[in-house]
Design a protein around this ligand. Sequence first.
Ligand code: 6PG
Length: 239
Amino acid sequence: MTGAGAGAPEVHVGEPAAVTEALADDLESVARESLAQQQRFTIAIPGGSVATICFPRLALLSLDWSAIDFFWTDERAVPPDHADSNYAAARSLWLEPARVPEERLHRMRGEEDLERAAREYADELESIAGRPPRLDYALLGVGVDGHVASLFPDRLTLDDPRPVQPVTDSPKPPRRRLTLSLGMLARARRVAIVAFGIEKATPIREALANAASMLPIARLVRAAPECVMFLGRDLAELL
Ligand code: 6PG
């Protein structure tokens, strides 16, 4: 897996509203810097609790949305208007309220043949983020089992070099998904991980303190060139 790994992540702790505020500040300053330097910014965004808790605040950021390309970290194998769609969640909570132009939205086509959709998404990433594709910012939640995006523990596909992978055996429903690979996520210039809830203390502790952990979150934290964590206070008290 590529990625330089830059030592211990920066960690922000607080109640969900304060943590979301810290995330908003982080994203805003990194995006502004990138927009000033390269007139563009690429980000991958998740579904799950990060979307419901944080996206409404991120929609209020004062950024030039016409220069920011949105990709997804992962998607469930459902149509884009389905209640389980990560794209639909992001649209309603962030992208529509912020009026992000349609052409900046790069949706994973989870409702199509997954192998083909993964290849096409890799092409789309390459056309905008270079070859191999490198995102400016990867925003991720984490599962209780230590998964990130739809990369689950103990899967051989964790070492798959492709930037985008089909998933047919997700333990978190639905089983069929698309996901950015661990290598793709670890290449991002900055990886931001958000976790709320005491049940996520175990994977976060492992990522921060066990240098030999093979959990997807731990591998990503080790490999990312820059990593920042935003943690709920109750969870952080258990670390
Ligand atoms: C999804 C997400 C997924 C999520 C984690 C954590 O499809 O749900 O993109 O990667 O970030 O599963 O989910 P929660 O934050 O809801 O626990």
